[in-house]
Write a protein that binds this ligand. Structure first.
Ligand SMILES: [Zn+2]
Length: 159
């Protein structure tokens, strides 16, 4: 077990600037990593060994891409979205697609495209997203969170 206090973060100046722009604090990142590592709940990128995990302490979901090293956790990126992931409601996607470059750490399975339920304000909708076929834990890519989800959040706010 690791406690929040012992999570040492290795963050370059460039990444720190990005995190400042996005309003993501060190404590948000520590929370994601300690939660992921304590429960072995993360996805691993096969080629790089990078881990991707998320945690939603409040209305915001934080994602962190990181790598454990002897000196601490090296942070590659972090991003957030306000759309909630409704875990446990995944349906098979119409298109069958396997994402063998990411493995679920809990189940040791490659991810597959699934129709995942998301919620924002009063709306619930299904989006095709890579997910573990066993435990249903999904991956929201940085591009998806920063571009597509942020746009959808704004459209729903304007309704
Ligand atoms: Zn899994």
């Amino acid at each position: 077990m690791i406690s929040d206090i012992n999570v040492t973060l290795l963050i370059t100046a460039d990444i720190q600037n990005l995190l400042d722009e996005r309003g993501i604090r060190g404590e948000d990142i520590r929370q994601v990593i300690s939660c992921a590592e304590n429960g072995t709940q993360f996805h691993t990128q096969v080629a790089t060994g990078h881990r991707l995990a998320y945690y939603a302490p409040s209305r915001v979901t934080y994602w962190v891409e990181y790598e454990p090293t002897e000196e601490g956790y090296r942070i590659y990126t972090a991003y957030s979205h306000r759309m909630r992931i409704l875990h446990g409601f995944n349906m098979p996607a119409k298109k069958v697609q396997t994402f063998a470059d990411w493995l679920c750490s809990t189940c040791s399975l490659p991810l597959e495209l699934a129709t995942v339920k998301l919620a924002y304000l009063d709306e619930t909708f299904g989006v095709d997203i890579p997910a573990c076929p066993a435990c249903q834990r999904i991956i929201v890519s940085e591009e998806q969170a920063i571009a597509k989800m942020a746009l959808a959040e704004r459209m729903l706010e304007d309704k």
